[in-house]
Design a protein around this ligand. Structure first.
Ligand SMILES: Cc1cc2nc3c(=O)[nH]c(=O)nc-3n(C[C@H](O)[C@H](O)[C@H](O)COP(=O)(O)OP(=O)(O)OC[C@H]3O[C@@H](n4cnc5c(N)ncnc54)[C@H](O)[C@@H]3O)c2cc1C
Length: 318
């Protein structure tokens, strides 16, 4: 049996580790577009803040992954998959599979605001290289604007603040974390941020970014100083491979309770997969789905056990 896993994030890495245990005889190949190995994505804000050394992010380096007993293809992007012939193409060649697991994750969404897409001052925090780029740019006193005051946006804003930047937060909702907090809690959070020196614009929409002036303009005309812009406006599942292969996709690659896509022998897990209409977007859910798909492929269970996730919001200790 030849099993190919695309993506070495939480979903793909936990899948191959469990597959190796479950199926000692199987040939397992793991592809990832990035060469960095398996790292703790959810701790990127700590690295950005300077409170976690870069090496502590790494859960398994490429050298350590070589001991997983799988054929590793790090830094080799998968460019297409063909469900009919059971073959996939990468930047380096063509490979056959009996069973394919798509664990290709998601990317940060950048809203179509004039000036954002084209500017080298505009960044996201999704992958380790994103964090490396931000760390290199952080200079105390620099003005930064964070677009998006959700949990990840606030965490990233706090990280930039810890690096000594002067940070503005722009949030479209009328108050911070409306889904996670009641009005009173939200007001306390706002005053904590304000007292710590942040400028917080709630109920605010971004109109355009003027890179030359290093200013972000809001729809009401307010100019927010921004030598650096960090966009934290949600994620979008990576759907290109699946869509081009004709797999059913909504916001994510649609999977059934057995994590099967609409094509035979192709599964999807983690941030790219939509299970029961939901993309969970959480580390633990990606790990659970990765391990579950390995058990399903090995015939140990028939379905992903239903689970509810209630992550505790990580907020700064003011
Ligand atoms: C800053 C930040 C903070 C977070 N904080 C939390 C938190 O506090 N709690 C929590 O539960 N979750 C948190 N998350 C979310 C959590 O990290 C993700 O849900 C989880 O990492 C998703 O894992 P994944 O394996 O599905 O996707 P990913 O980690 O995105 O991995 C997908 C992999 O696929 C590879 N890939 C993509 N396309 C291709 C291709 N064509 N060919 C080959 N390889 C490809 C990518 O290089 C990537 O390595 C956070 C995320 C971020 C970015």
């Amino acid at each position: 049996m030849k099993i190919v896993v695309c993506g070495a994030g939480a979903a793909g890495s936990y899948a191959v580790k469990r597959l190796r245990l479950n199926l000692p005889e199987a040939e397992i190949l793991l592809f990832d577009a990035a060469p960095v190995g398996f790292y703790a994505k959810m701790r990127l804000p700590e690295y950005l803040a300077g409170t976690l050394p870069r090496e502590k992010l790494i859960l398994s380096s490429p050298e350590q992954m070589a001991d997983w007993g799988v054929e590793l293809h790090l830094g080799e992007s998968v460019t297409s998959i063909d469900p009919a012939s059971h073959k996939l193409t990468t930047v380096a060649g063509e490979y056959a599979w009996d069973t394919l697991v798509l664990a290709v994750g998601a990317h940060a969404f950048v809203p179509p605001v004039p000036g954002l897409a084209a500017s080298s001052r505009v960044h996201v925090l999704r992958e380790l290289p994103d964090a490396d780029a931000l760390v290199a740019l952080c200079e105390p006193g620099l003005n930064a604007a964070v677009i998006g005051g959700g949990l990840l946006g606030l965490e990233a804003a706090w990280s930039l603040h810890k690096r000594g930047l002067a940070v503005s937060i722009i949030e479209t909702a009328p108050r911070l974390l409306p889904l996670q907090m009641n009005e009173e809690e939200s007001a306390v959070l706002l005053s904590n941020f304000t007292n710590a020196g942040f400028k917080v614009h709630t109920g605010a929409a971004v109109d355009r970014f003027d890179e030359a002036a290093a200013q972000l303009f809001l729809k009401d005309g307010t100019a927010v100083p921004a030598s650096l812009v960090l966009v934290s406006a949600g994620i979008r599942a990576n759907l290109d491979l699946a869509k081009n292969a004709g797999l059913a996709c909504n916001r994510g690659i649609v999977v059934d309770a057995a994590l099967r896509t609409s094509a035979p022998d192709i599964y999807a897990v983690g941030d790219c997969a939509e299970l029961n209409g939901v993309i969970t977007g959480l580390w633990l859910a990606s790990k659970d789905q990765g391990e579950a798909v390995a058990d399903i492929i090995a015939g140990k269970v028939s379905e992903m056990p239903p689970k509810t996730y209630r992550p505790k919001p990580k907020l700064p200790a003011f």
